[in-house]
Design a binder for this molecule. Structure first.
Ligand code: GUN
Ligand code: ZN
Length: 488
C-alpha cells in the first residue's frame, strides 16, 4: 500500500500526502501527460508549472523499439529525464480509441514494472458511456480478470485498480467494490473521457459518487482523462485526488486557450485575460502563432486552478468555489445540481465547522450544512409558548417576554433559537437581502419539521411571517400546528 495521509478535508475533497517510490507529493494534483515521442514541453520543465507527478503511456514506449530498449535499460525516469514520480498508463485508452492494441495485460504490466513505474496500470477496458448493459457487463468481467491478474503479477511497484461500468451506476458500484476487495494502492475511475468531451457533467457526478462511496476512503482516487481545470472544483469536492491530462497540449494544438471556466479560441482573443508568465510577456499575436506558448499558458492556468481548489479546502469553502465556477456554464451547473442531490452522502464526510456560510444561489439551499442542520432539529427540547418569526430584528418583538422560546427563521436553514444568533452555521450564515424560492422553501420545510417533531409535546407555537413569505403553500400547512399571523 502506498502511504496516503489526509491533512485537510472539505466536502468529500481532501488535501493528502502520497508517498511514492520517488518521493512524496501533495494531492489533489494533476499529472501532465508526457508523450515520449514529442516532448515539446519536457518532463523536467513540468516542475516549474507546479507539477509534482507525471503520467506517460507505457504502451507507446513499448511498441517503439528504441524507446523500449532505452526504458528497460535505464528506467522510465531516465527516458523522460526527470526524477519526479511517474505513473504509467497501459494502453487501454489506445485500445478504446484505435482498437488495435497488440499487447497483453501481463506483458504490459511486466514492462511497467521493469521500467520502474511509480504507479502501474493494468489493461482495463474503457466501455463508452451509454453502451448496452450486456457489453458493459462483459467488458467489466474482462477488466476484473485483468485486475486480479495484475494483483498477482505486480509485486514491487504501486498498482492502480481501475473502475469501469460505463454509465450504469450499479455496475460502477459493483466494479468499485470488487477492485476495493482486491486492494490497490491507487483507485482510478476510467471510461469518462467521452462524458468530459461532451460536457455531460451530471452523469460524471453520478459515476464519481457511485465509485467513490464503494472505494476505501483512505486511498487516493484518480479520475482518468480529466485535465480541464473547469472540472477540478467539482471532481475534487466529490473526492478525486489525482487527475491527468493531455488537455493542455491537445487544446493548444487546436488553438484553444484554457481558462478556469472554459475554453476560448485563441483567434477570438483581443486581450489575454491572464497574468501567467506567458500572458504577461507575450502579445496575443505571438500566442496565436505559437502552439508551445499556448500549451505553456494552458499549463499555468491548470495548476493555478488546482492551487485555488486546495486553498478552498483549507478554508473549507469548496462548495462556494464550485458554485462560483459552475455558474460559468450551464453544463457545469447541471453537475453542481447533481452534486447537491448527494448532499446527504457528502454531509457524512464533511467537517462539522467551517468559515461562515455564504448563500450564493439556489444550489446553496441543498448544501450539506443545511441538511445537517435539518437532521438536528430534533435536538431542541421545547415546552410552553414558542414564537417562530421571520422577522430577524429581535428588538422589534415587543411581546417577546410572553414566550418561553423565540426562534428566528433564516433561509435556507429555517428556525433557529435566538441564543444561536452568533453561532455557526445558521447564526453566522450570510444571505442576500433577496433570497430565492429554494432558500425560503427549505426554510419553511424546516419550520414544519420542527413543529411536527414537537406536536406531541405540550408546546404552543405561534408563527409570524412577513410579506415576502406570503405565497408559499407551506405556510398553509404550518397552520395545522401553529397559530399563524402576518406581521409587517
Ligand atoms: N485514460 C483515459 N481513460 C482511461 C481509462 O478508462 N483507462 C485507462 N487505463 N486509461 C485511460
Ligand atoms: Zn496565461
Amino acid at each position: 500500500m502506498l502511504e496516503f495521509e489526509i491533512r485537510h478535508k472539505d466536502l468529500m475533497g481532501r488535501i493528502g500526502k502520497l508517498r511514492t517510490p520517488h518521493g512524496s507529493i501533495e494531492t489533489p494534483t494533476i499529472m501532465p501527460v508526457i508523450n515520449p515521442n514529442l516532448m515539446s514541453i519536457g518532463a523536467k520543465d513540468m516542475k516549474m508549472y507546479g507539477a509534482e507527478m507525471l503520467i506517460t503511456n507505457a504502451y507507446i514506449i513499448y511498441r517503439k523499439a528504441d524507446l523500449r530498449e532505452a526504458a528497460v535499460k535505464n528506467g522510465i525516469h531516465s527516458l523522460l529525464r526527470c526524477e519526479m514520480p511517474i505513473m504509467t498508463d497501459s494502453g487501454s485508452y489506445q485500445l478504446y480509441e484505435y482498437k488495435d492494441v497488440e499487447v497483453g495485460n501481463s506483458e504490459i504490466l511486466n514492462f511497467q514494472q521493469s521500467i520502474g513505474s511509480d504507479v502501474c496500470v493494468p489493461l482495463d477496458i474503457p466501455t463508452p458511456p451509454y453502451a448496452k448493459i450486456e457489453r458493459a457487463r462483459d467488458d467489466l468481467e474482462v477488466t476484473m480478470r485483468r485486475m486480479q491478474e495484475a494483483r498477482r503479477i505486480v509485486r514491487n511497484n504501486p498498482l492502480a485498480g481501475v473502475v469501469q461500468g460505463s454509465t450504469f451506476v450499479d455496475l460502477r458500484a459493483e466494479s468499485a467494490k470488487r477492485v476495493a476487495a482486491l486492494g490497490f494502492d491507487v483507485y482510478a475511475i476510467g471510461g469518462v473521457v467521452p462524458l468530459l468531451a461532451s460536457y455531460t457533467f451530471d452523469k460524471l457526478v453520478d459515476i464519481i459518487v457511485a465509485s467513490k462511496r464503494n472505494l476505501p476512503q483512505n486511498a487516493p482516487v484518480h479520475l482518468f482523462g480529466a485535465g480541464h481545470p473547469m472540472i477540478f472544483p467539482l471532481a475534487v469536492a466529490l473526492g478525486c485526488d489525482l487527475f491527468d491530462s493531455a488537455a493542455y497540449a491537445l487544446y493548444a494544438k487546436g488553438k484553444r486557450y484554457i481558462t478556469s471556466d472554459g475554453t476560448r479560441k485563441v483567434e477570438d482573443l483581443q486581450y489575454l485575460p491572464c497574468a501567467c508568465p506567458v500572458c504577461s510577456s507575450y502579445s496575443v499575436k505571438e500566442l496565436k502563432e505559437d502552439v508551445d506558448l499556448l500549451a505553456a499558458h494552458n499549463l499555468w492556468v491548470t495548476f493555478e486552478e488546482m492551487r485555488i481548489v486546495k486553498q478552498s479546502i483549507v478554508e473549507r469553502n469548496l462548495w462556494e468555489l464550485c458554485e462560483r465556477r459552475c455558474r460559468a456554464y450551464p453544463a457545469l451547473l447541471n453537475g453542481l445540481k447533481q452534486m447537491a442531490k448527494y448532499s446527504a452522502l457528502i454531509e457524512r464526510y464533511d467537517p462539522g465547522t467551517k468559515h461562515p456560510f455564504f448563500y450564493l444561489g439556489e444550489s446553496s439551499a441543498y448544501r450539506p450544512e443545511v441538511l445537517r442542520y435539518s437532521n438536528r432539529l430534533d435536538r431542541f427540547t421545547l415546552s410552553g409558548n414558542v414564537l417562530i418569526t421571520t422577522n430577524l430584528k429581535e428588538t422589534d418583538i415587543t411581546e417577546e417576554e410572553q414566550f418561553d422560546h423565540v426562534f428566528f427563521v433564516k433561509p435556507p436553514f429555517g428556525p433557529y433559537p435566538a441564543e444561536l444568533s452568533e453561532s455557526y452555521p445558521v447564526g453566522q450564515a450570510e444571505i442576500p437581502a433577496e433570497v430565492d424560492n429554494e432558500a425560503r422553501t427549505v426554510a419553511l420545510q424546516n419550520v414544519l419539521k420542527l413543529l411536527e417533531l414537537n406536536k406531541n409535546r405540550n408546546v404552543k407555537f405561534v408563527f409570524r411571517y412577513d410579506r415576502c413569505w406570503e405565497d408559499y403553500p407551506l405556510v398553509e400547512e404550518i397552520k395545522r400546528y401553529a397559530e399563524v399571523g402576518r406581521e409587517d
